[in-house]
Write a protein that binds this ligand. Sequence first.
Ligand SMILES: [Ca+2]
Ligand SMILES: [Ca+2]
Length: 413
Amino acid sequence: MHAGLRLLFFAAATAMAVLSAGADAGVRCAVLPLKGLSGSDEATLRQAIAAELQDGGLLVPLDIRRVDQGFAARSLQAPAGEAQCIADGQWLAVPFVVSGSAETTGSTVRLRLAIHSLYGARPAEPLAVVEPAGSLGALSKRGGMNLGRLGAAVSALRTADPGPAPSVIHLGRGVTLELCRVPAGDFVMGEDGSEADEHAHAVRIARDFCMSRYEITNEQYQRFLDDTGYQGVDQADGDYLKHMRSQVRSAPRGPEYPVVCVSWLNARAFGAWVSMVSGRAARLPTEAEWERACRGGTRTRFYTGDQDADLLRAGWCGQNSEQTLHPVGKLEPNAYGLHDMHGNVWEWCQDWYGQSYYETSPVTDPQGPETGSGRVLRGGSWFLMPRYCRSANRDFRQQQFTNYVIGFRLVVL
Ligand SMILES: [Ca+2]
Ligand SMILES: [Ca+2]
């Protein structure tokens, strides 16, 4: 991985990525429903908060109606705590959320407003808190709440020191593996009206997990081979490079490209090595973990939207790849910070594939069928039409199979 990339504080990187989209681009945020107020008072104050943040020139709050519709559709209330703020921000796909509560004494309303960076090292700790108080009329007057500190806290991230390292595993010789946190929670897995094996159903991921931010790269895989002398188990007698050369004459072999021509068995072995090196359990994602991670809180076909054109911002597919794989991390990440979940290379999952598995799978942490003839592949590749790169699309191959469009990433607990 590029040395500079390793050092970037995740929150700062996110803020800068958004800001670099254009000189006038603001940083998206969402003002969540206020606790302790209801009806028109809540609506009035929250609109005023959003307007004042927007006036600050840096933050661009989502339309309040859109936030409320999302809450209503999910039967959610005002956030009960920091963890809920983070979860809400993630399904709203914004890097920052503002949450608040109010206490009313006589005609005085005391607000406590906090802003959270969802991708900081400690998202549960607010970046800044303000506590304006006054009558409803005074607070909802333009600029009446003095919210400058909330915007300033976001602004400060742009120039901050790199700060605490993001979650990183050191693989030796300066090679690292960056991780993103994927929150526990409920989501709808699958997509009705698409392919027969994608029956939409409720799934619960019981605990947070980390996932590698990028597809595993040549550099990382080579560290594993160098460190262990591992001889591979696959249809190419373990010589993944020889096999790869035979299939793609001019395949990019740079360290920052996703490793390909690795069987499921070899991907699993890489996970075991990372476990040994890091002292943390590392393995392939279950199919449910993979889809939870890919969606980043969305229900759309791609984490960027429903249209094929939306995919092109996030994933290398047959329409934008120029018929080759690409270095990891060049396109738009999802709300969890994960790159290339759509396209570039297919990704092995831990599970056996079962065509009708979704009909009978347990709600909580499904692990795939007991047995099968192939292992699950997810996300599509640079080679394929957009519909094969959807969040819900499933495929499979035998576990010793390798080719030049299949790679993987890891879950680390
Ligand atoms: Ca991929
Ligand atoms: Ca499929």
